[in-house]
Design a protein around this ligand. Structure first.
Ligand code: KIV
Ligand code: ZN
Length: 536
């Protein structure tokens, strides 16, 4: 048994903390999400990040399904002696042979084989009788056990199976040497109390259950995958199968980050540990989203853009006084470069004062009132107020230019045959000088970013660009958020415009203005920057 401290007595015991095994199937079940297929190199890259994140078991693919999948599982098996690598297989010899072969070089390995348990699957898909399925399960577990010590048996569609038959099937697998029993909610059908009850029932009824580890594998069709996984933990499961961002078949699987943060945030209740290193959560989440082309919903728990952003004045006021007033997790611990305050029509004076101070602007009470009045008039018609727009209000109220640099002009050439070229003209407010910089790239965005990089020199490095459409239709307004870095500190600027290139350039400028005013970059560095101007 690969798990420790198996108490199964439910939360809040006085015993040593229980440890839950995190079984990551982002690269297998996660990749089964429509359109999420990964290239070989991407799989390796994500495997590396998942290992760094601290998952205990990695299921990198389905070896029999294609030569590429086989090779990915084989390569990952060779690369990471520190974790258990799992080869996925149907309960057929060919699949098991491929999984055994692909994982042959792993330091720690497991074969994960499955067969359906519900009558719906038996009748309409497998066209087998219950007795036949049980016999097949026996034979295939025994077959796999000839090659490996650790066999996980999954009773697919367990939640819709006849529960007595399910217990019999599990008992047969245990008798043949399965050390881990996984009970999947394959179609995301169960309610949390039912799911927990299923674990209690099978653990009570199946002979030998006390000697094996129970695992939960939940799908999210009714949005209950995390709740069901927690119910399984409460009912004695010591392994939970998860995917990053909850990607997977249809609406996906139990989201790794949500489960881990539920256990961590409410450790007073759960008294449970995992090996996940939270500071890597955000990075892994972003990488999975990008590589699988699956954007993260703004309101997604833990890693969504809005998870740590606050727009209401009352909340912003509380947060600026003490984070704990409206946040239960610390974004810094999760590696999230967070911007606490998002300005919108509900924002108040505190938030405005805080935001402009990030640009090195201190407003007295009278100035703040003036900016606030202008801001409110403007904000009423906006979804969010970008930094650029706020700073325009500040400029009007103070009747002076703010920041270090001002964008004067942007030119971008797109097209299909020539290199994409961009140029930006920037006014240096301190020196009252104007310079133009150029960049080329594979696309117009890259060309524009290169031109902006030229303008700001090596001290400020480009980190990230997010683009969103704020409105729909032909006149859609695009919002750009650019993050730049100076000495490991991130600065994020936002801007919105119906010309998305202009929005990017302005957001970049806002981020750089913030960096210049907050990071203490010296004038000599600024002077160096000016030397790279292509035209004075
Ligand atoms: O959803 C499911 O039932 C599965 C198992 C085969 C583990 O992915
Ligand atoms: Zn699944």
């Amino acid at each position: 048994m690969s798990n420790t401290n198996f108490t199964g007595k439910g939360p809040v015991t006085n015993e040593a903390k229980r440890r839950i095994t995190i079984f990551d199937t982002t690269l297998r079940d996660g990749e089964q999400a429509p359109g999420a297929a990964l290239q070989f190199e991407q799989k390796l890259l994500l495997a590396d990040k998942l290992v760094r994140l601290g998952v205990d078991v990695l299921e990198p693919g389905f070896p029999v399904s294609s030569p590429g999948e086989f090779e990915a599982v084989q390569r990952i098996s060779r690369l990471y002696p520190q974790i258990e690598v799992c080869g996925f297989a149907r309960a057929v010899r060919g699949d098991i042979d491929a999984a055994v072969k692909a994982t042959a070089d792993a330091e720690k390995r497991r074969i994960h084989l499955f067969i359906s348990a519900s009558d719906i699957h038996l009748t309409h898909q497998l066209r087998m009788k219950r007795a036949e399925v049980k016999q097949r399960a026996r034979e295939m577990v025994a077959y796999a056990r000839q090659f490996v010590d650790c066999v996980e048996f999954s009773a697919m569609d367990a939640t819709r199976a006849d529960q007595s038959y399910l217990a019999e099937l599990v008992e047969a697998a245990i008798e043949e040497g399965a050390g881990i029993i996984n009970l999947p909610d394959t179609v995301g059908y169960a309610m949390p109390h039912e799911f927990g009850e299923m674990f209690r029932f099978v653990r009570r009824e199946a002979r030998g259950a006390e000697n094996v580890c129970f695992s939960a594998h939940c799908h999210n069709d009714l949005g209950l995958a995390v709740a069901n996984s927690l119910a399984a933990i409460e009912a004695g499961a010591n392994q939970i199968e998860v995917t990053v961002n909850g990607v997977g078949e249809r609406t996906g699987n139990c989201a790794l980050e949500e489960l881990v943060m539920a256990l961590d945030t409410r450790k007073d209740y759960w008294q449970i540990e995992t090996n996940v290193q939270m500071e890597h959560l955000y990075d892994v989440s972003r990488s999975v989203s990008r590589m699988m082309h699956m954007p993260i919903a703004f309101n997604k728990p833990v890693v969504g853009r809005n998870a740590f952003q606050h727009e209401s004045g009352i909340h912003q006021d509380g947060l600026l006084k003490n984070r704990n007033t409206y946040e239960i997790m610390d974004p810094v611990r999760l590696g999230i470069p967070h911007e606490l305050i998002v300005l919108g029509k509900h924002s108040g004076r505190h938030a405005i004062k805080h935001k402009v101070s990030q640009y090195g602007i201190e407003l007295n009470a009278e100035q703040l009132n003036d900016v606030y009045d202008r801001f409110k008039q403007f904000a009423d018609n906006q979804k969010v107020v970008t930094d650029q727009q706020l700073l325009t209000c500040v400029g009007e109220a103070l009747d002076q230019e703010w920041g270090r640099f001002k964008l004067v002009d942007v030119q971008v050439v797109a097209g299909s045959s020539r290199a994409r070229v961009a140029s930006v003209t920037i006014f240096n407010i301190h020196e009252q000088t104007e310079h133009t910089y150029a960049g080329i790239g594979a696309g117009p965005v890259e060309a524009l970013i290169r031109a902006m990089q030229q303008a700001h020199g090596n001290e400020i490095s480009f980190e990230d660009l997010e683009l969103h459409s704020l409105t729909s239709g032909e006149e859609a307004v695009g919002e750009a958020a650019v993050t730049v870095q100076v000495d490991g500190h991130s600065y994020r600027g936002t801007a919105a415009h119906c010309d998305i290139m202009l929005a990017i350039a302005e957001a970049y400028m806002a981020a750089c203005n913030q960096a210049w005013s907050s990071s203490g970059l010296s004038d000599s560095e600024e002077a160096d920057t000016q030397k790279s101007a292509v035209q004075g």
